[in-house]
Design a protein around this ligand. Structure first.
Ligand code: NAD
Ligand code: GLY
Length: 362
């Protein structure tokens, strides 16, 4: 993988709670200076054994070099552990470490670590600061930015959580070198999402550069990450608490969350469920006459080339509706969908007639 010379810096503009996103190869080595700049003298790194084996040492060394006292809390790997039991274990670890309100949590890992550590930081002593250091493509382009933190409930995905913005996001593209191919593809699903909802030129760029991305080309990955984070930062700055526009980021997710819940958390990766969910949402858009059928084909083809599932599992109509009715996008009992008017233009809050859902859901 080639390295990017200087980190690229974006900002999430949220007034006094604004924060930087630093993107580049080797950015992990900035953890200590960032934590010091944020005024913390102690850091607690939350991670898991898989990530720790590859990437904990450079983070620890960077914190030590700045004289930051550091402890580590490891949680078990996997979506199945984004739950109450693991949250409690992290909170217990924070108390045992005598973490104070000004101690800073460093979330080092994928979206599971980031969501859970961020939620622990949101509620420990009513809130402590945290920094996101995402190590999967999915976390680098999506979950580390925007302040949504959560755990799953057996009855619903991400049902228990809080908005709690990080103080900074450090995206080290070198971390992707150790990421399994299936996880890289899952992250690409969210990258494709940004093109589909907001940026037709980026969607076309992805069609041209998908093979380079799958091959781990550093420059292509850095461009995809930066473009994705820029779109996400704009949307979050405009609607932090998802009162309207931010829902656009949930394109494909109402179907995707139903798949994850129905099959058991971790069976399909989040990005895989979102990929199949985006194709369903595009098919619904076409059936409602909003989206040209060839555009459904372009979306399906791009996701399939990324080796992502483009056909949903057969759950049965009643089960789909039951699962989707629990979604956080439900308003006054009605499921609100994010649909496409074109590749690059999404609309939020759309009703879908039951017969259309019956036609597309297996
Ligand atoms: P994950 O955190 O489970 O990570 C995937 C796998 O890769 C894990 O086994 C992990 O240990 C491993 N891993 C991480 N970094 C690695 C590296 N550099 N090298 C080798 N292995 C590595 O999954 P994910 O896809 O990162 O995140 C999915 C989660 O993110 C879901 O729970 C989803 O709900 C959440 N999410 C949250 C938001 C948000 O806005 N908060 C947005 C999108 C997704
Ligand atoms: N991933 C959806 C959001 O951050 O709003």
């Amino acid at each position: 993988m080639t390295s990017t010379p200087e980190p690229r810096v974006l900002a999430v503009g949220l007034g006094a709670r604004s924060y930087p996103i630093r993107i580049g190869s080797g950015v992990l080595a900035e953890t200590g200076s960032m934590v010091a700049a944020l005024g913390a003298r102690r850091a607690i790194v939350v991670t898991n054994p898989v990530v720790a084996a590859h990437w904990l040492e450079p983070v620890r060394a960077s914190l030590a070099a700045r004289g930051i006292a550091t402890a580590t809390i490891e949680i078990p790997d996997g979506e199945a552990h984004k739950d109450f039991a693991t949250l409690q274990a992290v909170l217990t670890g924070l108390i045992e470490q005598r973490a104070e309100r000004k101690t800073l949590v460093v979330a080092l890992g994928g979206g599971v670590v980031g969501d859970l550590a961020g939620f622990a930081a949101a509620i420990y002593q009513r809130g402590m600061p945290f920094v996101q250091v995402p190590t999967t493509l999915l976390a680098q382009v999506d979950s580390s930015v925007g302040g949504k933190t959560a755990i799953n409930h057996p009855l619903g995905k991400n049902m228990i959580g809080a908005f709690h913005q990080p103080r900074a996001v450090l995206i080290d593209t070198a971390c992707l070198a150790t990421l399994p191919a299936r996880e890289l593809a899952a992250g690409l699903a969210e990258v494709v999402k940004y093109g589909a909802i907001r940026d037709p030129a980026f969607f076309a760029w992805l069609e041209t550069n998908l093979d380079a991305l799958l091959a781990g080309d550093g420059a292509a990955l850095a461009h995809a990450i930066e473009t994705s984070c820029r779109i996400k930062a704009q949307v979050v700055a405009a609607d932090e608490r998802e009162e309207g526009e931010r829902a656009v980021l949930n394109f494909g997710h109402t179907f995707g969350h139903a798949i994850e819940n129905a099959l058991g958390y971790g069976e399909w990766l989040h990005g895989e469920a979102v990929a199949a969910g985006m194709v369903l949402a595009a098919e619904v858009s076409a059936r409602l006459g909003m989206l040209a059928p060839p555009d459904v084909g372009r979306l399906r083809d791009l996701l399939a080339r990324a080796r992502l599932p483009v056909s949903p599992p057969a759950l049965g109509h009643a089960r789909w509706l039951d699962l989707m009715a629990r979604d956080k996008k439900v308003e006054a009992g009605t499921i609100r969908f994010v649909l496409l008017e074109a590749l690059g233009r999404a609309v939020v809050g759309h009703d879908v007639p039951p017969e259309v859902l019956r036609d597309v859901l297996p």
